[in-house]
Write a protein that binds this ligand. Structure first.
Ligand SMILES: Cc1ncc(COP(=O)(O)O)c(C=O)c1O
Length: 383
C-alpha cells in the first residue's frame, strides 16, 4: 500500500489516560472510578421527554444555533443562576457537548503563533486543539496538592501574543471552585487587553458546602470577552448524548458560528426538544449540588479510616486521594497497581500536570450508585 506522506498535526499525542484506565479496568474486571460518568440511569422524566420528542416530526436538520425554545431555556437558566442576560438567538449556540464548544471557540479565534494560557492540571482537550490550530499553549501549574492558582504567575505569562486564557471552574481534576475574588482578579487582569476567555463550566451545578459557582457570566467585564462552555451530558447524567452549549456576546458568537456551521452545522434535533421540555423545571438542575454532595459525603466518610489523605472536594464529581503515606510509587504506577491488585481503577493526576509533576494524588469519580461506592470503600479501606 502506498502511503502519501504528511506531517501529523499532533505528533506527540499519547493515548488518553481515560482510555488506558478504562481498558485496564475492563480487562482486570476492576471497579471503574476512573472516567467521569455516572453508573446510574438518567431521570426517567428526561427519558420520557426523549420518547415524546422522538415520536414527533423532529427528524430533519435543526437550525444552526439550536432550536429557539432550547436557547430560550438556556438563557433563562443562565439568568436565574448567574443574573446574566444572553440573547437566545444571537448569543447562544447548542453544541455537540462541551468538547465541541471548546474546540469551536479555540478554532474561531486562535491563529498560528498565538499563545493560549492554560492552567494545569487541565482537561485533556484544550492543548491538542490549540496546537492543531497552530497556537502555543502556555502552561501555568496550579500549586501543590491544594491546586491554588498563582494569579501573579498567570499575569506574568501575558505577552503581546496572548490571544486567550482557558479556565475551568469547578475544576477537573482538583475539584476546586474558583472564588469570587479570583474571578475579579482575572477580570481586572484582562481589562484593557484583547485577550479572550474560554470558561469551561461543565460542572457548574456540582458545587458543595454552600459554595457558589462563580460563572464568568456573573462578571460583566469578564463576560464581555468570554465564551462560556457547558454540558448537558454532565448536568443530566447523559454523557453519551454529547449535548452542550456555548454562551457568548454577539460579536464573539458570530465568529463561533462560522466555524460551528462547517464543523457540525447543527446538533441532534429530537434531543434538543427533549432538553427544552426537561429544562422547564429548574429543580432538575438546582437540586444537583445536594444530590452529589450526598454521594461525596458517603464516599469520604466511608474512607475516613483508610490510609489515604483527602481534602473534601468543593465541586465536580471527583475526589482526589493522597496516597503519599501508603507508597512511594509514582501515581501512574499506583493507579495501575490498584487496578490490577485491588480491583479499583482511578486516574493519576500527573498526566494532566505541567512537566508531569507528581503530587501522589489519584482521582476517583463518585458519580456512582451507593452500591458501587460501598464496594469502592471496602476496597480502599484494605489498601
Ligand atoms: C472539564 C471538562 N470539560 C469538558 C468536558 C467534556 O464535556 P462533554 O462531554 O459535554 O463534551 C469534560 C468531560 O469530562 C470535562 O471534565
Amino acid at each position: 500500500m502506498v502511503q502519501p506522506s504528511f506531517n501529523s498535526k499532533l505528533p506527540e499525542l499519547p493515548e488518553s489516560i481515560f482510555t488506558t484506565m478504562s481498558m485496564m479496568a475492563k480487562t482486570e474486571n476492576a471497579l471503574n472510578l476512573s472516567q467521569g460518568f455516572p453508573d446510574f440511569p438518567p431521570d426517567a422524566k428526561l427519558l420520557d421527554c426523549v420518547h415524546e420528542a422522538m415520536r414527533k416530526d423532529y427528524h430533519q436538520y435543526a437550525p444552526l444555533g439550536g432550536i429557539y425554545p432550547l436557547r430560550e431555556q438556556i438563557a433563562e437558566k443562565i439568568e436565574r443562576c448567574y443574573g446574566a442576560s444572553y440573547h437566545p438567538q444571537k448569543e447562544i449556540t447548542v453544541t455537540v457537548g462541551a468538547t465541541q464548544a471548546i474546540f469551536t471557540a479555540i478554532t474561531a479565534f486562535v491563529y498560528p503563533g498565538d499563545e493560549v494560557i492554560v492552567l494545569k492540571p487541565a482537561y485533556d482537550c484544550y492543548e491538542p486543539t490549540i496546537v492543531a490550530n497552530g497556537g502555543r499553549p502556555v502552561l501555568v501549574q496550579m500549586k501543590g496538592k491544594e491546586h491554588q492558582v498563582d494569579w501573579d504567575e498567570v499575569a506574568g505569562c501575558i505577552t503581546s501574543k496572548t490571544r486567550m486564557i482557558i479556565i475551568n471552574t469547578p475544576h477537573n481534576p482538583s475539584g476546586r471552585v474558583f472564588s469570587r475574588e479570583e474571578m475579579q482578579l482575572l477580570e481586572n487582569m484582562l481589562k484593557g487587553t484583547d485577550i479572550l476567555l474560554v470558561s469551561d463550566e461543565v460542572y457548574e451545578h456540582l458545587v458543595f458546602d454552600g459554595l457558589q459557582h462563580e460563572s464568568a457570566s456573573r462578571f460583566p467585564d469578564l463576560a464581555s470577552r468570554s465564551l462560556v462552555c457547558a454540558s448537558f451530558g454532565k448536568t443530566f447524567h447523559v454523557t453519551g448524548w454529547k449535548m452542550g452549549y456555548c454562551a457568548a456576546p454577539e460579536y464573539l458568537m458570530k465568529e463561533f458560528q462560522k466555524i460551528h456551521e462547517f464543523a457540525v452545522f447543527c446538533v441532534n434535533h429530537p434531543l434538543q426538544h427533549a432538553l427544552t421540555a426537561y429544562l422547564k423545571n429548574p429543580e432538575h438542575y438546582l437540586g444537583l449540588g445536594k444530590f452529589f454532595e450526598k454521594k461525596r459525603n458517603l464516599f469520604i466518610e466511608g474512607i475516613a479510616n483508610s490510609r489515604f489523605k483527602l481534602e473534601p472536594t468543593q465541586g465536580t464529581y471527583f475526589q482526589l486521594l493522597d496516597y503519599s503515606e501508603i507508597s512511594e510509587e509514582s501515581d501512574v504506577q499506583m493507579a495501575e497497581r490498584l487496578t490490577k491488585d485491588y480491583g479499583i481503577a482511578s486516574i493519576p493526576i500527573s498526566v494532566f500536570n505541567k512537566d508531569l509533576v507528581d503530587n501522589r494524588q489519584l482521582r476517583f469519580c463518585f458519580a456512582k450508585k451507593e452500591e458501587t461506592l460501598n464496594k469502592a470503600i471496602d476496597i480502599l479501606l484494605k489498601i
